[in-house]
Design a protein around this ligand. Structure first.
Ligand SMILES: NC(=O)c1ccc[n+]([C@@H]2O[C@H](COP(=O)([O-])OP(=O)(O)OC[C@H]3O[C@@H](n4cnc5c(N)ncnc54)[C@H](O)[C@@H]3O)[C@@H](O)[C@H]2O)c1
Ligand SMILES: O=C(O)CC[C@@H](O)C(=O)O
Length: 627
């Protein structure tokens, strides 16, 4: 006596309510179409939630529908395109368990039978209503003697079936739950893939956001090793909402927090989280990582990654991705704006005018054309700034510790001192390496031209602030623009800096990369990397992990084994695989000095004990199975 599975049809096996779709068709071209459709949907919902009797709901809808036999063929065609995603991807379950699957629906056999037949559910296991037609083929009613045309008809129907074994009901509506309430079904799974009905969900034994979850809970054959809704993603620091959309649409459970969390808060929240998304303010410390019992991947929704202890992440088998390009243009545009604002002394004029002082003067105000711009750090941002500044007529000089090719007419400087000596404006775009602390200090400031300007959009700690303040006060520098600071608040609110109240100093709250365009791009870039890793094991562009681009996994199970890079591990893994006679379809390895990442694609049929043995191999850090 096994289990029996009773499926609802509308909004469960299909994404839609079939009568609503039929209404869209029959009412086409009618002036009151939208009103009638809204009316039908309202009646459908009232019936599903049990707020009006089902017979009443059916009668009213059929009257409004004005459907004809000829509408049924295109309706079935349309429904075929609207099979619920996770139902369509788990055909194997329906085929294997065909004898145990029933459909009990208050819809109509005329459109249910042809749809479910494709899932190996024969007409005799489909319990539903049937239409009544008049002589011209118009749908004029339904068979009133059918129990499913009556209030709580599903209870009567299931009673009559008198199924043996454990009966599980899977449906989206209250009328499905009542079979459980009446004691004739043993379990009710509220199916929320297409619609979340509170009344059904709050009464359910289990809420199944998709069929994968239902199959996982029941340990049944399934298309996905682990239901995506069970993968918890925590996104901090107000990342762009599209990141939420991208990840939720792929099926993950995503939670948003609009600020960064302190170490203690994060330790509290990180348990059970598989994916963490942050920006520049959240510190990922070894303590946080020790508490992260499920963490697989961290997405830095920005460029900088020094806020993350990358080595500890690697030791825990946690892969880190960032967005190295998305916000670079935004930073460059802000730098250009600041160069002009500084050289024209716009902010002092602006401040005066706001306080009622008209001061029309050309004194010390300059065009940027023909002036020398010194770019320190000729990377993704520095290079773009070089091109655009040159287009404005500036003469560009650059300095980088790496050998970088000059773009346009930019002139490479051999030493920082050379660059500082020659520049009217110095713009810092070096990376966030801690070795760059106080990169511009007393000596470097002294090497700058008198009356020059300094711009820092890189990281706050690269400039020695007290010495900069002195250089500004003594008029050695004519102004500065700062977007980043040695100490930045974790959330919006109060901020203090020695740079406040100084003449011709532009201060912005770390918004160089904060444009709609940049944040929107990051919200695609980082989630794509996260999904590629979670769904197929790809680590291309990971910042702390051996990079590997894997071929598509076809008809295979994929074992992902992360281990400490010590001699003999590969041999040990293959020994275990051989012991279980596993048929290896492909095997890929990528290592660095600390970790090894081996990916093995295998035939689907194998003794599951192999998984336990692979996990037990000494020096294993993490192990996952993907299918
Ligand atoms: N303000 C913002 O909102 C914002 C936005 C994006 C990036 N950033 C910061 O901007 C900086 C640059 O970003 P990127 O994408 O161009 O980085 P990048 O890694 O592409 O380029 C950095 C360049 O600096 C060079 N460099 C590093 N240390 C140096 C040193 N001591 N002397 C000379 N050159 C040195 C590197 O060789 C590299 O060419 C980073 O610090 C990043 O965190 C800030
Ligand atoms: O958006 C942020 O929090 C950081 C922006 C910038 O500093 C970066 O590292 O990309």
């Amino acid at each position: 006596m096994g289990r029996k599975y009773v499926f609802d049809f509308d909004s469960t096996l299909t994404q839609v309510e079939a009568l609503d779709v039929l209404a869209e068709m029959t009412l086409q071209g009618r002036i009151d179409r939208d009103d009638v459709i809204a009316q039908i949907q309202e009646i459908t919902n009232l019936g599903i939630d049990g707020d009006i009797s089902f017979t009443q709901s059916l009668e009213s809808r059929i009257k409004l529908l004005k459907a004809h036999k000829e509408h049924l063929k295109p309706l079935v065609e349309e429904l075929r395109q609207k099979i619920s995603k996770s139902i369509a991807s788990n055909k194997e379950f329906f085929q294997k368990f065909s004898d145990d699957i029933y459909v009990i629906s208050c819809g109509f056999k005329e459109f249910i039978d042809p749809i479910v037949a494709e899932y190996d559910i024969p007409s005799e296991r489909v319990y539903a209503n049937t239409f009544k037609f008049d002589e011209e083929g118009n749908i004029v009613g339904f068979d009133e003697t059918n129990v499913l045309a009556t209030h709580n008809g599903k209870i009567e129907c299931l009673k009559m079936l008198d199924l043996e074994g454990e009966v599980q009901v899977i449906g989206d509506g209250y009328s499905d739950y009542v079979m459980r309430e009446a004691g004739i079904a043993h379990k009710f799974f509220a199916y929320t893939e297409n619609v979340h009905r509170e009344k059904a969900a709050s009464n359910a034994d289990h809420v199944a956001p998709n069929l994968d979850e239902f199959l996982f809970v029941n340990d049944l054959p399934r298309n996905l090793s682990y239901p995506k809704n069970r993968i918890k993603i925590l996104l901090l620091e107000n990342v762009h909402p599209v990141a939420f959309d991208n990840l939720s649409e792929d099926g993950f459970s995503v939670e948003l927090v609009d600020r960064s969390l302190s170490e203690d808060e994060l330790i509290e929240r990180i348990k059970g989280v598989h994916v963490l998304g942050i920006r520049s303010k959240t510190q990922i410390t070894p303590k946080v990582l020790d508490a992260a019992n499920k963490l697989l991947v961290i997405g830095a929704f920005c460029i900088g990654t020094t806020q993350i202890d990358l080595d500890s992440c690697k030791k825990h088998g946690i892969v880190v991705f960032n967005a190295p390009y998305s916000n670079t243009r935004s930073v460059v545009e802000l730098a250009l704006g600041q160069i002009i604002m500084l050289m024209r002394f716009i902010f002092p004029r602006n401040k005066e005018l706001h306080s009622g002082i008209w001061n029309k003067t050309a004194s010390n105000s300059h065009e940027v054309r023909g002036k020398n711009l010194g770019i320190v750090g000729y990377g993704n941002i520095g290079k773009q700034l070089s091109v655009l500044a040159e287009a404005m007529g500036m003469r560009v000089y650059y300095y980088d510790i790496e050998d970088r090719l000059a773009l346009g007419n930019a002139v490479k400087c051999d030493t920082l001192e050379d660059l500082l000596n020659v520049s009217d404006v110095v713009s810092l775009h070096i990376d966030d390496n801690p070795a760059n602390k106080n990169f511009i200090g007393e000596r470097e400031l002294a090497q700058m031209r008198k009356g020059a300007f300094l711009i820092n959009l890189s990281r706050g700690f690269v400039v020695d602030i007290p010495h900069l303040v002195e250089a500004l006060k003594t008029k050695k520098l004519a102004g500065a623009a700062f977007d980043v600071y040695p100490k930045e608040p974790r959330k919006n609110g109060r901020f203090e800096s020695e740079l406040q109240q100084l003449d011709n100093v532009i201060l912005t709250p770390h918004i160089g990369g904060s444009t709609e365009e940049a944040q929107r791009d990051i919200a695609d870039f980082v989630p794509n990397k996260i999904m590629a890793y979670i769904n197929s094991g790809n680590t291309v562009d990971a910042v702390n992990f051996p990079n590997i681009r894997l071929p598509k996994q076809v008809n295979a199970h994929r074992f992902l084994h992360i281990h400490e890079n010590v001699p003999g591990i590969m041999a040990r893994i293959n020994e275990v695989l051989a012991q279980y006679d596993m048929n290896i379809i492909g095997q890929y390895l990528s290592t660095d000095s600390d970790v090894g990442y081996v990916i093995t694609d295998l035939d689907k049929d194998y003794n599951k004990q192999v998984i336990k043995d692979l996990k037990r191999i000494e020096h294993t850090i993490k192990f996952r199975v993907l299918y």
